[in-house]
Design a binder for this molecule. Structure first.
Ligand code: DAH
Length: 339
């Protein structure tokens, strides 16, 4: 057996036995390294006659190809095994209880949202949602705010490029969810729709993005007394004051008739406005194919940031959105306290 054949046999045999990547690398060096067996044979070629060089050269090249391919194949197998071992050793049992208590805090807004959902949930309201990027139709027209209506100018709307001929806006309130809900579900309806709203406005009590909770009840005998009772109950539970006084002032919203603005008495000293509400305007019911001679509804829209600021004595709304960890640590809630 010539040397080439011998090298090939031993190499391939050892290759089969090697079971670590390091062992494989050692083997590669023994064949192809500076002083590797194959390298030395290649060097010897120079001293051969041209005739010998031709046959030997071809043989050596063939050997080189065989060894390289075999090395590569073995490497792939070993690497795959390595990965499997690694994955097995690093596997994580996600069902185990945590070692450490969570360190994050619940943002006051999330906390207030949870509380509101909890309170309204107990009254039988379910949560509904709608998109932040809203069609002009849902944000305005269907809510009895036709084009050229002054209420459109009052809202400092962010307009977006239209899509498929539909004018789009960032919703200026959560009221469009009323329309989407009524179009989808027949009465009786009892929903709240918490979410973001957007207006081009910026100072200590206004941010371009803020939060509202919309409420809508539609049934055959819904009346203003239900509206008052529902909101009184909510405010007393939310502000944890069973004798909290509410003041309903006449107001104007195109989508409700009659409309009211609601204030709560604050520390016995002043009145603070917290929401708008009213009986759903017959035009709005009609826009959703609900017969206003059979059904009546009430609706309300409340600033979530506003009631959070009042409850927790936060004076600047913009702080909610600054992501300042020092602020969050102070005003945030421990996860355990979450209702
Ligand atoms: N959408 C009104 C606003 O953003 C708030 C509002 C008022 C909502 C009366 C209502 C409502 O559902 O009945 O100012």
């Amino acid at each position: 057996m010539n040397r080439v054949e011998q090298i090939k046999r031993t190499f391939l045999k050892e290759l089969e036995e090697v079971d670590t990547l390091q062992g494989l690398e050692d083997l590669r060096v023994r064949a192809f390294g500076k002083k590797g067996e194959l390298t030395l044979l290649m060097k010897e070629l120079g001293q051969k006659t041209p005739e010998e060089r031709r046959t030997w050269g071809a043989e050596l090249n063939a050997l080189k190809d065989v060894l390289t391919t075999a090395l590569e194949a073995r490497k792939e197998i070993l690497e795959e095994g390595c990965l499997k071992d690694q994955l097995a050793s690093e596997s994580l049992d996600v069902t185990l209880p945590p070692h450490a208590r969570p360190r994050g805090k619940i943002h006051p807004l999330s906390h207030v949202l949870d509380q509101a959902i909890h309170i309204f949930g107990q009254m039988g309201f379910v949560v509904a949602e709608g998109p932040d990027i809203e069609e002009d139709f849902y944000n305005f027209t269907a809510l009895n705010i036709p084009r050229e209506h002054p209420a459109r100018q009052e809202q400092d709307t962010f307009y977006l490029p239209s899509s498929n001929g539909q004018p789009l806006v960032l919703r200026t309130h959560t009221s469009p969810v009323q329309i989407r809900t009524m179009q989808k579900n027949p009465p009786p309806i009892r929903i709240i729709a918490p979410g973001r709203a957007y207006r081009s406005d910026y100072d200590a009590t206004h941010a371009p993005m803020f939060h509202q909770i919309e409420g809508l009840v539609v049934d055959k005998h819904t009346h203003m007394g239900h509206l008052k009772g529902c909101l009184e109950e909510f405010c007393r539970l939310f502000f944890e004051n069973p004798s909290l006084k509410l003041r309903f002032r006449p107001g104007y919203f195109p989508f409700t008739e009659p409309s009211a603005e609601v204030d709560i008495s604050w520390k016995g000293e002043s009145w603070l406005e917290i929401l708008g509400c009213g009986m759903v305007h017959p035009n709005v019911l009609r826009n959703c194919d609900i017969d206003p001679t059979t059904y009546q509804g009430f609706a309300f829209g409340m600033g979530l940031d506003r009631i959070a600021m009042l409850k927790y004595g936060i004076e600047d709304l913009r702080l909610f959105f600054d992501s300042d960890l020092r602020w969050l640590n102070h005003y945030g809630f421990a996860p355990e306290a979450r209702e």
